[in-house]
Structure formats: C-alpha cells, structure tokens
Design a protein around this ligand. Structure first.
Ligand code: B4P
Length: 189
C-alpha cells in the first residue's frame, strides 16, 4: 500500500498514522516528526527549520522534498509507505508525482481526516498542556490553520479528481476514527 494521510493541524494525522502503517506493514513517514527529531538532535537541518516551525510556516520545499526522497529510497519503504504531513502544497505534489513516475509507482489512496476548526484548536491547546510542543500556542495555531487553508486544502481537489481521495470523519474516539479509516479503505478496494 502507498498511502497519504491529510488533514488540518490537529485532525489526527500523526495520531492515526502509526496504527494504519502497522496494519499494512509499511513505514509511517512524517515530515513533522523528521524535522522535530532534527531540532532535538541539534543538526544543521534542525537549526534551519526551528524558527519556521515555531512560526507555523512551511519549511522550504527543496529541504522538505529532499528529506522525503531520501526516506522513500530506504529499503523499508520499497514495498509501500504511509506519508503523514507531505505533500502540503502543489509544488510538493509535483515533486512526489515525479518521484512516483520515475519509479513506476502510484498512490493507492489519500486519506483526508475531516474535523471542525474549533475542535482542532481545542485538541492542539490540550496537546500543548501535555507535550509542550512549541508550535501549539494560539498565535502559531492560527497561522498553521491559515497556511493549511491556503496551501494544503486545495490539494484535496487534486486527489479527488484523481479518484483516490477517501474522506473520513475525524471526530470521535481515536479507535473509532481508526476503524472508520480501515472501513473506508476496504470499501474503496
Ligand atoms: P505536523 O507534524 O504535521 O503537525 P500537525 O499538522 O499538528 O499534525 P500532528 O500529526 O502533529 O497532529 P495530530 O493531528 O495527529 O507539522 C508541524 C510543522 O512541521 C508544520 O507546521 C510545518 O512547519 C512543518 N512541516 C511538516 N510537514 C511539512 C511539509 N510537508 N512541508 C513544509 N513544512 C512541513 O494530533 C493533534 C492532537 O490532537 C494530538 O494531541 C492528538 O492526541 C489529538 N487528537 C488526534 N485525534 C484525536 C481524536 N480523535 N480525539 C481527540 N483528540 C485527538
């Protein structure tokens, strides 16, 4: 399986990605997690992206495309993958399409988690209390939502018109949403 999971900040992408990836025996590849690991380890890449992430802006495409391609080229992704948080704008879609074409591959489905904007903010502020992520504060959340609406949400139309978009209601218990995702993917195949 080659899958993408999309959704606004707080929609549950990272939360659901692990369970879905385990189910299909593919790696979950999260650009956000890769950037956060680099920040934590104090790498050059981490230094480059920290202020951008703290502001809730998108990391430059050339940096993001490169880490994704490097990760997709690793052996464990050769039989499939679940991309979480990538692509996030049309340029990244084109970069991913070019990679897939070059390798004779295609995406099986794009999961879109739908959640009401007010609930998204509540979830992120709750995470701020528990995990203290530096981008989970009201100002940054507002910007992340804006960036999502202007740059990422339009991608849903692109994947809808390709016939691979699977919309899933992301409101409810985490296990309940996960089951909805499996049901939606099963009924698509
Ligand atoms: P991400 O790491 O993708 O952050 P996110 O959008 O908040 O999603 P995340 O996966 O962490 O949260 P989730 O919705 O699962 O991106 C962070 C930053 O990295 C971006 O702002 C950008 O700067 C940079 N970046 C990443 N990818 C990039 C790219 N491709 N290009 C450029 N820049 C990029 O969960 C949120 C909270 O909701 C959690 O606390 C969770 O427990 C809770 N939750 C989830 N599901 C729930 C449910 N059903 N019920 C109750 N709570 C739930």
């Amino acid at each position: 399986m080659r899958l993408l999971i999309m959704g606004a900040p707080g929609a549950g992408k990272g939360t659901q990605a692990t369970g879905i990836a385990e189910h299909y025996h593919v790696p979950a590849i999260s650009t956000g997690d890769m950037f956060r690991t680099n920040i934590k380890n104090g790498t050059e890449l981490g230094k480059k992206v920290k202020a951008i992430m703290d502001a809730g802006d998108l990391v430059p495409d050339e940096v993001t495309d490169e880490i994704v391609v490097d990760r997709l080229n690793q052996d464990d992704a050769s039989n499939g993958f679940l991309l979480d948080g990538y692509p996030r704008n049309m340029h990244q879609v084109e970069a991913l399409d070019a990679y897939l074409k070059e390798h004779g591959l295609h995406l099986d489905a794009v999961i879109s988690l739908d959640v009401d904007p007010e609930l998204l903010t509540q979830r992120l502020l709750k995470r701020a209390e528990i995990e203290g992520r530096t981008d989970d504060n009201e100002d940054t959340i507002r910007n992340r939502m804006k960036v999502y609406a202007s740059q990422t949400e339009p991608l849903l139309d692109y994947y809808r018109s390709s016939g691979i978009l699977v919309g899933v209601d992301g409101v409810g218990e985490i296990a309940e949403v996960r089951q909805r995702i499996f049901d939606a993917l099963d009924s698509k195949n």
